[in-house]
Write a protein that binds this ligand. Structure first.
Ligand code: NAD
Ligand code: IPM
Ligand code: MN
Length: 356
């Protein structure tokens, strides 16, 4: 049976980068992969056309698909809209709707790119770190939240950090299971010295660890973790953390690999349905100029092939094509060193397609 992938390009550089991933997919289809794509609107593009960042039609397309390939959403034109109309809500609602609680953000340093990191090459060479970010809870979704006028008569903003035991337990299990397939080390990142929610996080992760005596568990406060990621990133194997800390730490970790344009992600639920997207945003500063790095999106497609379509060979083929173009010196502006030849987004797509 031909499987369907919903393609949600979104805003800014979203259409440019997803177009390159779809070209890669087209090659695989030409070679026999039984997959079809269906595009749908999301984010600001959907708000402009339908008045809603996640229209019902889009949700239907996603529900009828095996997986979602997502570009990026957002942009300054939408920042003054009421929150429920903003592009980012389209993304957050998709994550919640499909219960995509497990967000895998692997930071891998390709040997060819060790020089592209702002850190010294020997600090990052060989890095293979998995950030496992909880994606459907925390201060992102906790209630109450809002802006009101307080008793002193001034405006006051408030959000609620919230995690239930079961939410923590299921992401902790993911972390230990993932570590078993890797180097058997889990570092749980929290702020248990200050925040009750993350004290519970630490307690529950420690309880779950009893079922995994073969995996080494450590705990780290988030401020120290941010520092340690830069000081000695090779100490980490799997980092498991909540929604907000994971958002911030993964952007920081992306620079270890050379650029945020290199980091893919998979967001999965308990039944294996997934959404796949680069961790970066819509990059309004370079949108429409063919300067974006499409590799994070192409590598997200590889994760889609692996986790949602069970096409390991095709996933490896895509990853190897990326390695090959990097080894051959193909560089978009974000990963180029001074004086190096710079490719545009579509030319990087050409290179990967040729390398397949
Ligand atoms: P951003 O990730 O869009 O951009 C940060 C910086 O990184 C910019 O200088 C940008 O040019 C650069 N960059 C990002 N991706 C790149 C790529 N593939 N190649 C080369 N350079 C790249 O973050 P921001 O500027 O804080 O946010 C811009 C908009 O994107 C906001 O509306 C934000 O809400 C949204 N956003 C969306 C997502 C998503 O859709 N998943 C993620 C993050 C931010
Ligand atoms: C990401 C983004 C999103 C997040 C925004 C756009 C809602 O920054 O995917 O990392 O904060 O999760
Ligand atoms: Mn982010």
């Amino acid at each position: 049976m031909t499987k369907k992938i919903a393609v949600l390009a979104g805003d800014g550089i979203g259409p440019e980068i997803t177009a390159q991933a779809v070209r890669v997919l087209d090659v695989l289809v030409r070679d026999g992969l039984e997959v079809q794509t269906e595009s749908a609107l999301v984010g600001g593009a959907a708000f402009d056309a339908k008045g809603d960042p996640l229209p019902d039609e889009t949700l239907k397309v996603c529900e009828s698909a095996q997986a979602i390939l997502f570009g990026a959403v957002g942009g300054p034109a939408y920042d003054a809209l009421p929150r429920s109309s903003r592009p980012e809500q389209g993304l957050l609602r998709l994550r919640k709707h499909f219960d995509l609680f497990a967000n895998l953000r692997p930071a891998l340093v390709y040997p060819e790119l060790a020089e592209a990191s702002p850190l010294k090459p020997d600090l990052v060479a060989g890095l293979d770190l998995l950030i496992l970010r909880e994606l459907t809870g925390d201060i992102y979704f906790g209630k109450p939240r809002g802006i009101h006028v307080n008793d002193a008569g001034e405006r006051e903003g408030f959000d609620t950090m919230r995690y239930s035991e079961s939410e923590i337990r299921r992401i902790a299990r993911w972390a230990f299971e993932a570590a078993r397939k890797r180097n058997r080390r889990v570092c749980s990142v929290d702020k248990a010295n200050v925040l009750e929610t993350t004290q519970l996080w630490r307690d529950v992760v420690t309880e779950v660890a009893r079922d995994y005596p073969d995996v080494e568990l450590s705990h780290m406060y988030v401020d120290n973790a941010a520092m340690q990621l830069i000081r000695r990133p090779l100490q980490f194997d799997v980092i498991v953390t909540g929604n907000m800390f994971g958002d911030i730490l993964s952007d920081a970790a992306s620079m270890l690999t050379g650029s945020i344009g290199m980091l893919p992600s998979a967001s999965l639920n308990a039944s294996g349905f997934g959404m796949y997207e680069p961790i970066h945003g819509s990059a309004p500063d370079i949108a429409g100029t063919n300067r974006a790095n499409p590799l994070a999106t192409i590598l997200s497609l590889a994760m889609l092939l692996r986790y949602s379509l069970d096409q390991e060979a095709a996933a490896v083929r895509v990853e190897q094509a990326v390695r090959k173009v990097l080894a051959a010196g193909a560089r978009t502006a974000d990963i180029a060193r001074p004086g190096e030849k710079v490719l545009g987004c579509s030319e990087m797509g050409d290179a990967v397609v040729a390398a397949l």
